[in-house]
Write a new protein. Sequence first.
Length: 96
Amino acid sequence: MYTPKLNLITCSDINVNYLNDNDKKNELDAVLNSYNLFSMVKFPTRICNESISPINNIFDDIIMTDNFELFPLISELSDHDVQIIVLNVLQNSYLV
């Protein structure tokens, strides 16, 4: 039986600071990891007068090391920066 594998990518404003190890981060990671979801953002996404944090995050279940690029885009429209993810997905090709 063929079962397609679906990959998940979710983007959210989670209001949990992933730059520091803390109880909220550990609790959220426990729930997300149970669905095989892992944090991808390792840079600040919100910069205020007295704090920086990566509270806008992208979580995925794709364990890829070289198949994506992730970087911030400072829009200056908000105190939250934009995250841009570029997925380098290879298509399987079959010869008939």
